[in-house]
Design a protein. Structure first.
Length: 332
């Protein structure tokens, strides 16, 4: 939900999470110009966009480096605005720059394409730049990139100034009783190799009364399932590192536990990697960015659905993910 946001306050509130995400080998520099204007955005989506820009920067600096986050006011004249397909006026400029490997011109030219990635499946994490671009455009702004091989990357996001005062984020409305009953605790196995993101999701699910066990990779998840611990639903990122991605994990998990419900989450489009089609019961997909309370509601909804029967499982359940792929986003 869009509302007036103090961008400097939002960035400052994320610094601990950013530091944990990038690790000690990367120096973090923050530079806020005085009097940065309020903006009108969905703060959850802005936080997701910023965090994932930081993740992209971290991945470009495997041996360490420098990450700089800067905020300033910008006044665009007609010519400057036209180059970004914006109206002339007042904007807030968010810059995220790194000292990493940078991008070659041919990679930079495709960086915002919806289905473009330089990471192999199973190693991609975070949001694609196309989703960050979409967030900026739907907020009335623009995002661009500057990069050169060996010289790092700078991302520039322009968001329009809001003339009203910034306000605290409103409390999330209570979830509908039928969608997420407080007494319906779900036993969730949560699998994601990004520890900060996994922690945020686990906290959100726990706050709704669900019982969460976390795994950082597919091997750990399979070991937990092998102990016989009760699990109502497995939530897994598709782009897991470590040799087995989320789709392969689901296939292996259902060999051990036919009928296991699986909710996939992904930060990049799977539509070109799998056949178009709807999931069978017991399988779902959420595409980042999403609000954490929406994840909790979806978990409760899937847990309330009838279980996939073992009789209809077996070999069918074991090949469900590979054969059917991800659901259309419109089905979610």
């Amino acid at each position: 939900v869009e509302h007036a946001v103090d961008p400097a306050g939002l960035v400052d509130g994320m610094l601990d999470l950013v530091r944990r995400t990038i690790g000690p080998a990367i120096a973090l520099e923050i530079a806020h110009a005085p009097g940065v204007w309020p903006i009108l955005v969905d703060p959850n989506q802005l936080e997701n966009a910023l965090l994932n820009l930081c993740i992209n920067a971290r991945d470009a600096m495997p041996d360490g480096g420098r990450l700089r986050i800067a905020l300033s006011n910008a006044v665009l004249d007609a010519g400057q605005a036209a180059r970004s397909e914006l109206a002339a006026g007042d904007y807030v400029l968010l810059n995220v720059s790194d000292s990493g490997t940078g991008m070659a011109p041919e990679v930079l030219a495709k960086a915002f394409d919806p289905f473009y990635t330089t990471k192999p499946i199973g190693q991609g994490t975070g949001l694609g730049l196309s989703m960050i671009y979409g967030f900026a455009r739907q907020s009335g702004g623009h995002v661009s990139a500057e990069s050169a091989t060996g010289r790092g990357t700078a991302m520039h996001m322009l968001l329009p100034r809001h003339l009203g005062a910034a306000q605290a984020a409103p409390a999330a409305p209570p979830a509908p009783t039928e969608a997420c009953p407080a007494t319906a605790a779900v036993r969730v196995l949560l699998v994601d190799d990004e520890a900060p993101l996994r922690g945020l999701m686990a906290e959100a699910l726990s706050q709704q009364g669900h019982r969460v066990v976390q795994a950082g990779d597919a091997a750990t998840a399979l070991r937990l399932l092998g102990t016989g611990a009760p699990v109502d639903l497995m939530v897994t990122d598709i782009g897991l590192a470590g040799g087995m991605n989320g789709r392969q994990l689901a296939e292996a998990a259902r060999l051990a536990r036919p009928g296991l419900k699986v909710l996939f989450i992904t930060g990049y489009a799977e539509a070109r990697l799998v056949e178009r089609g709807s999931f069978d019961p017991g399988t779902g997909l959420m595409v980042k960015p999403f609000q954490l309370d929406a994840l909790a509601r979806r978990v409760a909804q899937m847990a309330a659905q009838p279980s996939v029967q073992a009789a209809a499982g077996g070999a069918q359940a074991a090949t469900l993910v590979a054969a059917r792929g991800a659901a259309r986003v419109t089905d979610i």
